[in-house]
Design a protein around this ligand. Sequence first.
Ligand code: FES
Length: 159
Amino acid sequence: MISAQTTERFAREVAKYPADQAQSAVMACLAIVQQEQGFVSPESEAAVAAYLGMPVIAVHEVTTFYNMYNQQPVGRYKINVCTNLPCQLRAGQQALEHLCEKLGVDEGGTSADGLFTVQQCECLGACADAPVLLVNDRQMCSFMDEARLDDLVDTLRKA
Ligand code: FES
Protein backbone atom coordinates (compact mmCIF):
# COMPACT_ATOMS: atom_id res chain seq x y z
CA MET A 1 0.00 0.00 0.00
CA ILE A 2 2.73 2.47 0.96
CA SER A 3 5.78 2.53 -1.27
CA ALA A 4 9.34 2.84 -0.02
CA GLN A 5 9.46 6.31 -1.54
CA THR A 6 6.35 7.34 0.37
CA THR A 7 7.77 5.89 3.58
CA GLU A 8 10.88 8.00 3.08
CA ARG A 9 8.74 11.09 2.75
CA PHE A 10 6.83 10.13 5.92
CA ALA A 11 10.13 9.72 7.75
CA ARG A 12 11.28 13.20 6.75
CA GLU A 13 8.06 14.65 8.22
CA VAL A 14 8.29 12.60 11.42
CA ALA A 15 11.91 13.74 11.90
CA LYS A 16 10.67 17.32 12.34
CA TYR A 17 9.15 16.40 15.72
CA PRO A 18 10.47 14.95 19.00
CA ALA A 19 10.92 11.16 18.85
CA ASP A 20 7.84 10.47 20.99
CA GLN A 21 5.61 12.84 18.97
CA ALA A 22 5.44 11.03 15.63
CA GLN A 23 1.69 11.54 15.38
CA SER A 24 2.31 15.28 15.00
CA ALA A 25 3.19 14.44 11.39
CA VAL A 26 -0.26 13.01 10.64
CA MET A 27 -1.46 15.95 8.53
CA ALA A 28 1.74 15.99 6.50
CA CYS A 29 1.57 12.23 5.93
CA LEU A 30 -2.05 12.45 4.79
CA ALA A 31 -1.09 15.30 2.44
CA ILE A 32 1.65 13.11 0.96
CA VAL A 33 -0.82 10.27 0.43
CA GLN A 34 -3.25 12.60 -1.29
CA GLN A 35 -0.53 14.11 -3.45
CA GLU A 36 0.51 10.65 -4.62
CA GLN A 37 -2.88 8.94 -4.88
CA GLY A 38 -5.32 11.81 -5.39
CA PHE A 39 -7.34 10.98 -2.30
CA VAL A 40 -7.11 9.40 1.14
CA SER A 41 -8.75 5.98 1.23
CA PRO A 42 -9.62 4.07 4.42
CA GLU A 43 -6.71 1.75 3.57
CA SER A 44 -4.36 4.72 3.41
CA GLU A 45 -5.64 6.00 6.74
CA ALA A 46 -4.89 2.60 8.23
CA ALA A 47 -1.41 2.62 6.74
CA VAL A 48 -0.68 6.10 8.09
CA ALA A 49 -2.02 5.08 11.50
CA ALA A 50 0.21 2.01 11.56
CA TYR A 51 3.23 4.03 10.49
CA LEU A 52 2.69 6.70 13.13
CA GLY A 53 1.57 4.32 15.88
CA MET A 54 -1.81 5.89 16.42
CA PRO A 55 -5.42 4.62 16.30
CA VAL A 56 -7.00 4.50 12.84
CA ILE A 57 -9.98 6.47 14.14
CA ALA A 58 -7.67 9.32 15.18
CA VAL A 59 -6.33 9.51 11.62
CA HIS A 60 -9.87 9.36 10.24
CA GLU A 61 -10.84 12.24 12.50
CA VAL A 62 -8.15 14.37 10.88
CA THR A 63 -9.13 13.34 7.35
CA THR A 64 -12.77 14.18 7.94
CA PHE A 65 -12.16 17.42 9.87
CA TYR A 66 -10.20 19.19 7.13
CA ASN A 67 -12.06 19.39 3.84
CA MET A 68 -8.88 19.72 1.81
CA TYR A 69 -8.44 15.96 2.27
CA ASN A 70 -10.35 14.12 -0.44
CA GLN A 71 -12.10 11.05 0.88
CA GLN A 72 -12.83 9.74 -2.60
CA PRO A 73 -11.32 10.27 -6.05
CA VAL A 74 -11.93 13.73 -7.51
CA GLY A 75 -11.67 15.25 -10.95
CA ARG A 76 -8.50 16.78 -12.35
CA TYR A 77 -9.77 20.13 -11.11
CA LYS A 78 -11.40 20.24 -7.69
CA ILE A 79 -13.27 23.50 -7.29
CA ASN A 80 -14.30 24.49 -3.78
CA VAL A 81 -16.81 27.32 -3.65
CA CYS A 82 -17.10 29.15 -0.35
CA THR A 83 -20.65 29.24 0.94
CA ASN A 84 -20.05 30.80 4.36
CA LEU A 85 -22.10 33.84 5.29
CA PRO A 86 -20.00 36.71 3.84
CA CYS A 87 -19.80 34.90 0.50
CA GLN A 88 -23.48 33.98 0.72
CA LEU A 89 -24.29 37.67 1.03
CA ARG A 90 -22.47 38.28 -2.25
CA ALA A 91 -23.84 35.46 -4.40
CA GLY A 92 -21.70 32.58 -3.16
CA GLN A 93 -24.60 30.16 -3.35
CA GLN A 94 -25.45 31.36 -6.86
CA ALA A 95 -21.82 30.81 -7.86
CA LEU A 96 -21.97 27.25 -6.58
CA GLU A 97 -25.27 26.57 -8.34
CA HIS A 98 -24.08 28.15 -11.60
CA LEU A 99 -20.97 26.00 -11.59
CA CYS A 100 -22.93 22.82 -10.84
CA GLU A 101 -25.44 23.59 -13.58
CA LYS A 102 -22.75 24.45 -16.12
CA LEU A 103 -20.85 21.25 -15.41
CA GLY A 104 -23.92 19.05 -15.01
CA VAL A 105 -23.07 17.89 -11.50
CA ASP A 106 -24.64 17.94 -8.07
CA GLU A 107 -22.67 19.59 -5.29
CA GLY A 108 -19.86 17.21 -4.40
CA GLY A 109 -20.05 15.50 -7.78
CA THR A 110 -17.60 15.04 -10.63
CA SER A 111 -18.35 15.90 -14.26
CA ALA A 112 -18.85 13.04 -16.70
CA ASP A 113 -15.52 13.80 -18.40
CA GLY A 114 -13.72 13.45 -15.07
CA LEU A 115 -12.31 16.97 -15.29
CA PHE A 116 -14.22 18.83 -12.59
CA THR A 117 -15.36 18.14 -9.05
CA VAL A 118 -17.46 20.87 -7.45
CA GLN A 119 -17.73 21.15 -3.69
CA GLN A 120 -18.85 23.80 -1.26
CA CYS A 121 -16.40 24.77 1.45
CA GLU A 122 -15.96 26.85 4.56
CA CYS A 123 -14.48 30.37 4.71
CA LEU A 124 -11.31 30.70 2.65
CA GLY A 125 -10.22 33.81 4.50
CA ALA A 126 -10.80 36.21 1.61
CA CYS A 127 -14.32 37.36 2.42
CA ALA A 128 -13.79 40.84 0.95
CA ASP A 129 -13.27 39.18 -2.45
CA ALA A 130 -16.54 37.24 -2.36
CA PRO A 131 -17.65 35.13 -3.99
CA VAL A 132 -14.45 33.15 -3.65
CA LEU A 133 -13.38 29.69 -4.75
CA LEU A 134 -10.29 27.53 -4.60
CA VAL A 135 -8.95 25.32 -7.40
CA ASN A 136 -7.09 22.16 -6.39
CA ASP A 137 -6.51 23.48 -2.87
CA ARG A 138 -3.98 25.99 -4.24
CA GLN A 139 -5.33 28.65 -6.56
CA MET A 140 -7.69 31.21 -5.04
CA CYS A 141 -10.10 32.92 -7.42
CA SER A 142 -11.91 36.10 -6.36
CA PHE A 143 -15.05 37.97 -7.36
CA MET A 144 -16.42 34.91 -9.16
CA ASP A 145 -19.52 36.16 -10.89
CA GLU A 146 -21.05 34.03 -13.64
CA ALA A 147 -18.88 35.50 -16.40
CA ARG A 148 -15.70 34.80 -14.44
CA LEU A 149 -16.90 31.30 -13.59
CA ASP A 150 -17.49 30.61 -17.28
CA ASP A 151 -14.03 31.95 -18.13
CA LEU A 152 -12.44 29.78 -15.44
CA VAL A 153 -14.11 26.61 -16.70
CA ASP A 154 -13.15 27.40 -20.30
CA THR A 155 -9.55 28.11 -19.30
CA LEU A 156 -9.23 24.91 -17.28
CA ARG A 157 -10.79 22.85 -20.07
CA LYS A 158 -8.16 24.15 -22.50
CA ALA A 159 -5.27 23.69 -20.07
S1 FES B 1 -16.92 33.70 3.77
FE1 FES B 1 -16.15 33.19 1.83
S2 FES B 1 -14.06 33.67 1.97
FE2 FES B 1 -14.83 34.12 3.94
